[in-house]
Design a protein around this ligand. Structure first.
Ligand SMILES: [Zn+2]
Length: 446
């Protein structure tokens, strides 16, 4: 890491702490090596529980925003939270502030932040068949939190890039203002803030997850079913599950282990209920969107391959099927903007805002479109709205500065650019901000 990257205060402290502690560890002092009471395994641990919670709070909102926010289907979100908390009560760290969410994203995955924030996507919920499988999924994520895997990866220095770079990933847009918008926002959605676990972590999370779900009264068969779903999906729908593989490396091995454990250790729990009806009832509304979500998945796949006309075909179908789907509208806006169709892109972003005013991405997109359309005052308004719903994204500072610059308000522009440069010092945006500041100073404009 080139060290030219300055980090937001709260995270910076954590990072400095890591560097100090990692150098200690490297010097052979292994200060934080202790037996994890949950796993019984010796673990290098340099992150405190308070830090885990802090890191969680700092990063989860950005990941949620990248995943198009949490679903507005209250019945579904209450159901997932209830189910998650029920299993969390059976874990080793019941005092953690666990909270469970469904995000609007359509790819297939679930994830956990180290303080106990756990989310699953619409994509994965659509792939499950019963509550026992859901419980296995949430149990697995709870396993990661209980075994402190994220903190462990951070302690080993495996995760500094992802968590510490959380905001920097958002800011470090390679493509600059005229560049590729997909990379500007897309990277953000690619799980960049999430931990990459080791295979041993996965095995541990599976074992703990199974233990927790069985304790909560479910059939161990739920874990077998979950593993089967993921295994077969990896074979038939690899693109939808790509991120799942990145954050949860999958293999037949995990399926076999689950099946074996269900037959031996948890044999007595094999005939416990799966609660299929209850799952289907509570996910009814989501399942009514399945066709639309299928189209979005296809659109996503085409977008990733830069086939934008095919992308638009699928997204148009999705929007026709689900006219108020925030994800479909945002994706459509993005596709238009990548094709430099600024006005149409702005329209879809504005539709998305109306559907879900509390979500941030659509403000960024319409602000970006308005900058391209040279509607600088309009753009400024959009970025201010973005800031109100999701503060702390350095990109917003840059774009606000750029809007002021368009209005020839150099003093205001300079203020935003200075704040931007405090957060980010590399990349094309930073260069533009820096050079503008120098030029305006030389000309006596600021
Ligand atoms: Zn996992």
């Amino acid at each position: 890491m080139g060290n030219s990257l300055q980090l937001p205060k709260a995270i910076k402290m954590t990072r400095r702490e890591f560097l100090r502690l990692s150098s200690l560890a490297a010097a052979g002092l292994v200060a934080g090596c202790a037996t994890n009471p949950v796993t019984g395994r010796s673990q290098l641990m340099l992150v405190s529980e308070d830090e885990e919670i802090q890191i969680d709070k700092q990063n989860a909102p950005y990941q949620f925003s990248a995943d198009y926010g949490t679903v507005q289907d209250k019945r579904l979100s209450d159901y997932i939270d209830r189910n998650g908390k029920n299993i969390a009560a059976q874990t080793h760290r019941t005092h953690m502030p666990f909270n469970f969410h469904v995000v609007n994203a359509i790819y297939v995955n679930a994830y956990a932040f180290p303080g106990g924030t756990i989310a699953c996507t619409r994509g994965i919920l659509l792939s499950l068949d019963n509550e026992a499988e859901l419980s296995a999924l949430l149990g697995h994520e709870l396993g990661h939190v209980n075994a402190r895997h994220t903190a462990e990866q951070m302690s080993k220095g495996m995760l500094t890039q992802t968590v510490v770079g959380g905001l920097a990933v958002v800011a470090g847009t390679q493509g600059a203002l005229y560049g590729n918008l997909a990379s500007q926002l897309g990277q953000f959605g690619a799980g960049a803030l999430l931990a990459r676990y080791s295979r041993d972590n996965e095995r541990e999370a599976d074992a703990l997850g199974m233990e927790y779900m069985v304790r909560a009264g479910y059939s161990a068969q739920g874990m077998v079913g979950l593993m089967d779903v993921l295994r077969s999906m990896g074979k038939h729908k690899p693109s939808a599950i790509e991120l799942m593989f990145a954050t949860h490396p999958m293999s037949d091995e995990r399926y076999r282990t689950a099946a074996e454990t269900a037959d031996t250790k948890y044999k007595s729990a094999k005939d416990k209920p799966l609660y299929r009806e209850r799952y289907l009832d509570n996910t009814a509304r989501l399942r009514s969107q399945k066709e639309a979500i299928d189209e979005m998945q296809k659109g996503q796949q085409e977008m990733a391959a830069n086939n934008f006309s095919a992308t638009d075909v699928h997204l148009r179908k999705a929007i026709k099927l689900a006219p108020n789907d925030y994800t479909a509208l945002v994706m459509m806006s993005m596709s238009q903007l990548v094709q430099k169709k600024w006005a149409v892109g702005r329209q879809y972003a504005e539709m998305a805002q109306q559907v879900y005013p509390a979500e941030a991405q659509a403000y960024h997109l319409s602000g970006f479109a308005k900058i391209q359309l040279k509607d600088y005052e309009g753009a400024l308004e959009e970025f201010n709205s973005y800031d109100q719903v999701l503060a702390g994204n350095p990109n917003t500072l840059f774009f606000k500065g750029y809007a002021y610059e368009g209005m020839k308000k150099y003093r205001e522009a300079g203020g935003e650019y200075r704040r931007y440069l405090q957060a980010v010092q590399q990349g094309d945006y930073a260069r533009h901000a820096y050079q503008s500041l120098r030029e305006w100073q030389a000309k006596g404009l600021i």
